[in-house]
Design a binder for this molecule. Structure first.
Ligand code: HEC
Ligand code: HEC
Length: 157
């Protein structure tokens, strides 16, 4: 009668191993995205991956929400506080700043982004189905779930 118990324990242990290796494989052990962030900051574009900008960059983005890339994306103060805390806790540790040291407001202007996308042909960024590099979901078919793995990439022709 001890065999079922032992295999149960082993199955549970294997499950833990699978879960932790899954997190490592995705390279992102972060908590699931904050629902307020996804709702408020994912309605006009993808809820961008928080670790792709520094805390200073996120604060600069949040400081200008009333004139956010020519739209008004202001938030109610309570939601603002929640989203601000979330982005601060999940921000990247690398600085994302311009050459003169000001925090960048765009992931698409970071060195990381340029490097990761150097194989994308210049003309592809301007295709009607893409329109802008900021439109992650045009090529990353699971961007709305925060997933950017190379398996889900399809550049519209
Ligand atoms: C009313 C629509 C709207 C809402 C809501 C909105 N944004 Fe934006 N956002 C835009 C537009 C428009 C752009 C510019 C897109 C482009 O250049 O193609 C943009 C661009 C950005 C970029 C730069 C993307 C890049 O090029 O790397 C960041 C970062 C960003 N938004 C963060 C946020 C955050 C954080 C929130 C929530 C507090 C938010 N946005 C809510 C409209 C919105
Ligand atoms: C025009 C299409 C296109 C757009 C728009 C685009 N990407 Fe990409 N992205 C690619 C391609 C192509 C790759 C390289 C895939 C590979 O490594 O084979 C890539 C790679 C990546 C990777 C690395 C994936 C991996 O597992 O190696 C990340 C993360 C990423 N992009 C995030 C973004 C984000 C965030 C945005 C929006 C701000 C964005 N991308 C916009 C096409 C695009």
């Amino acid at each position: 009668m001890s065999i079922p118990t032992r295999s149960f324990v082993l199955a549970g242990f294997a499950g833990i191993l699978l879960v932790s290796s899954g997190l490592q494989a995705s390279g992102n052990a972060a908590a699931p995205p904050d629902p307020a962030y996804v709702q408020e900051c994912g309605s006009c574009h993808a809820a961008y991956p928080p670790r792709r900008l520094s805390g200073a960059s996120w604060q600069a983005v949040l400081a200008g929400l009333d004139k956010h890339f020519s739209v008004d994306a202001s938030l109610d103060p309570k939601i603002f506080t929640e989203i601000s805390a979330y982005l601060n806790s999940q921000a990247g540790r690398q600085e994302t700043a311009s050459a003169d040291g000001r925090p960048l407001l765009r992931i698409t202007e970071t060195r990381w982004f340029r490097h990761e996308h150097d194989e994308v042909p210049e003309a592809a960024w301007k295709r009607p189905a893409v329109k802008s590099p900021s439109n992650c979901g045009a090529c990353h078919t699971a961007a709305d779930q925060g997933r950017y793995s190379e398996h889900g990439v399809r550049i519209p022709q």
